[in-house]
Structures are given as C-alpha cells and as structure tokens.
Design a protein around this ligand. Structure first.
Ligand SMILES: Nc1ncnc2c1ncn2[C@@H]1O[C@H](COP(=O)(O)OP(=O)(O)O)[C@@H](O)[C@H]1O
Ligand SMILES: [Mg+2]
Length: 245
C-alpha cells in the first residue's frame, strides 16, 4: 500500500501524542510522540513489552483518556477538540472498544449489554422508535457469535469466551469504522481465544472495519497485515510503515 497523501482521511489518525503522569514529585513520560495512521479496513497489531505504553495509547486513541499533547482523529473527526458531549458521541458511534476483562454490566443480560451503546446514543423517544431494528441487529450479532441461546443470560452466567463475544457484539453494534481491543484474548485459554479471534476476523472480513489490537499472542499478531511495535513510549517498528510517517 502506498503512503496516504496528506489530508487523506483514515479510520484512526493519531499525531504527536504525548502522555505524562505525575507520580509524587516525578513526571513519568509514558508516551513520547506517537504518530500512527490506520487506513479504513486495515487490521493492525500493536505489540511491545509490558509497560511500553500500549494501553495508554489505546485509551487515548479510543477517546477514553486525554493526551498531554497531540491529536486523535477518528473517521476524520478531531476527538480531543470536541466538547465532552460531542466526544462521547464520537466515542459511542465510531469506536468499538474491547477490554481484556470484558467490562460488561453485571446486572444486564447479554442482549441488554449489546444494546447499551445504542440506548446511550439515542434519546428515549428515538430509542423506542428504533428499538425493534436495534434489537434485531443485536440479536443478529449475538447469533453470528454463537450466542443465540445466551441472549438472556447475565455475564455471571457466561463463560469467559462467551463474555468476550458479548463484548465484541457490543463494540460492533454501531458498525464503527475502528475497533480498538486491548489484549482481547489475554484472559482466555488458547482454544477459546482462537475461537473468539475466528469470529472477530470473520466479522472484519464482512464489515471491513479497521482494527488496532494490542496482543502478546503471536498468532493474533500474525493475522494482521501490519504490526506496530512500541518501546518506552515510542513506535520503534512498523512492518507496513506507510501509515506511521
Ligand atoms: N494512571 C497512571 N499513573 C501513573 N503511571 C501510569 C498510569 N497509567 C499507566 N502508567 C504507567 O505507564 C507505563 C505504560 O503503561 P501501559 O500503557 O499500561 O503499558 P502497556 O499496556 O504497554 O503494558 C507503565 O510504566 C505504567 O506504570
Ligand atoms: Mg496494557
């Protein structure tokens, strides 16, 4: 793939990202100038040893945590330049986020967990009007992920692999241009993780969303056409290279 012309929109584009934490009297520079552009539809593996700054970068890219410097464009929109409400909308509609430990709401059923982003995104009136269609979409996702018989289960009644499949369905309910996942198989045994990945990549081939996946799993990294490596808050490797100018 050739280098994108400047001004080209990407699914995700982070520029000049720095992040420092104040710990007591010390300043910890966790991210030291990250530039990364992910074209629409491209799956990218993000690797690097523990403490390299991968999770911090994901949270900033996913508009969950504010950078100390730099910008994040999601689908062309400068997310950290928006009001908190506008940013919440962009995060809700344009970013699918999957965590290692699922982060499902325990008191909601699988179906309700998947519908939650849609409930938040709409006014009560809009949601009522769209509910049948949204429910159909959520049930379709759950069925594709093999959970048609689990839609009324609460997270505590589901296995780890099932919980992560619910979390994937929740992340994809709005058909986001970018899916961000932090060690999505890190809490699963390898066979279960493999099955979750199979479903994730099947879905990616159908919907063509871009992905930024942090992983320690060489098999997962190998599924991505591009691997970005971080060390000490910097990008030190990019197998494709075209996006990280
Ligand atoms: N809220 C925080 N306050 C202080 N230090 C933090 C905070 N979050 C992360 N760090 C530090 O930033 C570094 C990178 O963390 P992280 O992004 O979680 O790395 P990775 O995901 O690559 O293991 C680590 O040294 C970690 O201790
Ligand atoms: Mg991490």
């Amino acid at each position: 793939m050739s280098a994108p012309a400047s001004g080209t929109r990407h699914a995700l584009e982070v520029r000049g990202i720095a992040k420092s934490f104040q710990v007591g009297s010390e300043t910890l520079d966790v991210l030291r100038g990250i530039d990364l552009a992910i074209p629409y539809g491209q799956p990218v593996a993000l690797v690097g040893s523990s403490g390299a700054g991968k999770s911090t970068l994901l949270h900033i890219a996913g508009l969950l945590e504010r950078p100390s410097a730099g910008s994040v464009r999601v689908d062309g929109v400068d997310g950290w330049n928006l009001s908190p409400d506008e940013r919440a909308k962009v995060r809700n509609r344009k970013v699918g986020f999957v965590f290692q430990f699922y982060h499902l709401l325990p008191e909601l059923s699988a179906l309700e967990n998947v519908l939650l982003p849609a409930m938040i995104a709409h006014s009560p009136g809009e949601y009522r009007a769209a509910r049948a269609q949204l429910t159909e979409a959520a049930l379709g996702l759950l069925a594709r992920f093999g959970l048609q018989a689990r839609t009324k289960h609460r997270p505590s009644q589901l296995s780890g692999g099932e919980r992560q499949r619910v979390a994937l369905a929740r992340a994809l309910i709005h058909d986001p241009p970018i899916l961000i996942a932090d060690e999505p198989t890190g809490n699963l045994d390898s066979a279960t993780g493999e099955r979750v990945l199979e479903l994730l990549f099947d879905e990616q081939r159908t919907r063509h969303f871009a992905m930024l996946l942090v992983t320690h799993d060489a098999k997962l990294a190998a599924r991505c056409p591009r691997t970005v490596t971080m060390r000490d808050g910097r990008i030190v490797g990019d197998t494709n290279g075209s996006g990280a100018a």
